[in-house]
Design a protein. Structure first.
Length: 278
């Protein structure tokens, strides 16, 4: 076992020897000593309390073993919001901001002023809270099957002062008889045998994959959405890079029009959606 670092310089050296990226190491040390990264540079000889040194050594080991930085820090920035995250929620990813941006385009140009919006499978609340923050006039709701994830999302909403209503349940079940102008979702869509899944082992498996070919939850959302959409309402779905064609076809077969797709930051197909004529 490597010796515990006695000061900040030694902590950063320990992180480097553990294989951590320099920025990740600085962020962990900054959080542990409650100072910013600029302070670290000019105070790298500052002594670490034994409890802080022990915490950092453990976090470095966890990060080296693949634990996402966001879980170690307990927070993640998404669409300009700093969100709390736990192992009960997925880590919000930059690619999902593509879904938010498309939804905001619809809210600003096509939807009623006080449009009703629902985010299905909200996790940390990232999508719902980003939409409410950027378009306050919208009436935003969100749901998740996980009680623990909902607790995180509700805490984020309270801390950020964003008025979002939350429901617990399985997809459409809590929304009987309700209709929306916009439905958005980043559902589980990774195939059960996808070789990338082991690298995501620290995140909740149920939020990553429905098993099989990964399309079952996407298909359930497409099938059920018309019963919960107002005329001219939109359904937007995040999906895997190789799922745009089957998702687009499913939208067309269900009767959606204006079916389109948006690409993520890496140029891969990432979000598909369509309008329900009603």
């Amino acid at each position: 076992m490597k010796p515990l670092p006695g000061d900040i310089r030694a902590a950063l050296q320990l992180a480097q020897s553990s294989g951590l990226d320099r920025l990740d190491a600085q962020l962990l040390v900054s959080a542990a000593v409650q100072q910013n990264r600029t302070w670290l540079i000019s105070h790298d000889d500052a002594a670490l309390a034994p409890a802080v040194a022990s915490l950092l050594a453990e976090q470095f080991a966890q990060k080296a073993a693949g634990t996402p930085l966001a879980y170690l820090l307990g927070e993640k920035e998404f669409h300009g919001l700093l969100l709390k995250v736990t192992t009960d929620t997925l880590v919000p990813r930059a690619d999902t901001e593509i879904l938010v941006d498309w939804a905001l385009e619809i809210l600003r140009t096509q939807a009623p002023k006080q449009a009703r919006v629902v985010d299905l499978g909200t996790g940390s609340g990232a999508i719902a809270l980003a939409l409410k923050a950027s378009h306050p006039a919208a009436q935003v709701e969100a749901l998740d099957l996980s009680h623990a994830a909902l607790a995180v999302a509700q805490d984020n909403a309270r801390r950020l002062g964003l008025d979002v209503s939350f429901h617990q349940g399985d997809w459409w079940q809590p929304l009987a008889g309700q209709r929306f102008d916009l439905i958005v979702s980043n559902p589980p869509y990774i195939a059960g045998e996808d070789p990338h899944l082991p690298a995501l082992r620290h995140e909740p498996i149920g939020a990553l994959t429905p098993g099989g070919d990964g399309l079952s939850d996407l298909q359930a959302l497409i099938e059920g959405a018309p019963n919960h959409l107002q005329p001219d309402g939109w359904l937007l779905l995040e999906h895997g890079y190789d799922q745009a064609e089957p998702v687009g076809q499913a939208l067309l077969q269900r009767g959606f029009i204006d079916v389109d797709m948006r690409r993520d930051l890496g140029g891969q197909p990432r979000v598909s959606g369509g309008r329900w004529l009603g």
